[in-house]
Design a protein around this ligand. Structure first.
Ligand SMILES: Nc1nc2c(c(=O)[nH]1)N[C@H]1C(S)=C(S)[C@@H](COP(=O)(O)O)O[C@H]1N2
Ligand SMILES: [Mo]
Length: 269
């Protein structure tokens, strides 16, 4: 009896030793793999400010987002009374003091391949104000982690495009039945070209995407984008470009300031 117990105890000990050795082996193997993986990742080329393997993941996310962002999905809206008066000012790229607001015009280039006079529009704020009015109170989210409920007034981007017959190769109105005629992207830039964003057509046509010229029922403050900014609630604040000078269309991704600094091109919420 005693002998048997002793034997059992010995085999148990041997088993424990064996398992401990295996555990350590696995532990060191994982650490080695981790270090090798990290080294491999860091040896990869950069693509648009981000390591290539990471960029591939970001691009995959973007495809899924593009498939999901339909005009049916609406961002939550709040009563105007919930909007803050003390609106945070964030980001001043392309917002220099040398801006001549008196002579500002919105330059719209209808086609990427030509700058012939009949392909370019020069619009005033009076032109923009003639379009149907739309206001919106929503939770504005910055990629840095803060958010704020704010109120904006202007015109739907989709109304702007349809009124000026913009966004198509043919110059006809955007028609979902003719997707081949619709440019894939809209590019927007500040007058000094220092800040710029690219937005896919589906998102720019979203019913909550607006060309805003008011905040809390008053004219936009200068540091909030006077005279005209984008408000695009389905995306992070980085896409809501302040002080728009140029709008253009393209079938390839327009350049994008924060994408060049390593952020996801879509910046979808
Ligand atoms: N021209 C311009 N537009 C810009 C930025 C900028 O630096 N320059 N920053 C963006 C960022 S990161 C955010 S969060 C919002 C902030 O808008 P607000 O200053 O009105 O709060 O503007 C966006 N639009
Ligand atoms: Mo932001």
């Amino acid at each position: 009896m005693k002998n048997k117990e002793l034997k059992e105890e010995e085999t148990t000990r041997a088993n424990i030793r064996k398992r401990t050795i295996i555990s350590f082996g696995v532990f060191f193997l994982l650490i080695t793999l981790g270090i090798l993986g990290w080294k491999w990742l860091n040896n990869q080329d950069q693509s648009d400010g981000v390591l290539k393997p990471l960029r591939t993941v970001l691009n995959a996310n973007e495809k899924i987002n593009n498939a999901l962002v339909g005009t049916g999905h609406l961002v939550k809206e709040y009563p105007k009374s919930k909007a803050g008066n003390d609106v945070r000012v964030n980001g001043d790229v392309g917002m220099g003091d040398d801006f001549d607001a008196m002579h500002w015009k919105l330059t719209v280039n209808k086609h990427p391949e030509t700058t012939s006079p009949d392909s370019v529009l020069h619009l005033t704020m009076d032109d923009v104000r003639k379009l149907p009015y739309k206001d919106l109170t929503f939770d504005f989210k910055c990629i840095e982690g803060w958010s704020q409920i704010t109120n904006w007034g202007g015109t739907k981007f989709s109304d702007f495009l349809l009124h000026y017959h913009l966004g198509t190769h043919s110059g006809r109105d955007i028609d979902p039945n003719h997707p081949e005629d619709i440019y894939k992207y809209v590019g927007l830039m500040t007058p000094d070209s220092a800040y710029y964003v690219g937005i896919d057509m589906k998102s720019i046509m979203h019913p909550q995407t607006i060309l805003a010229y008011e905040m809390n029922d008053s004219i936009l403050p200068v540091n909030q984008g006077y005279p005209l900014r984008l408000i695009i609630p389905i995306k992070y604040g980085i896409k809501s470009i302040k002080r728009i000078g140029y709008i253009y269309f393209s079938d390839t991704r327009p350049k994008d300031y924060w994408f060049e600094h390593g952020y996801d091109y879509d910046a979808a919420l």
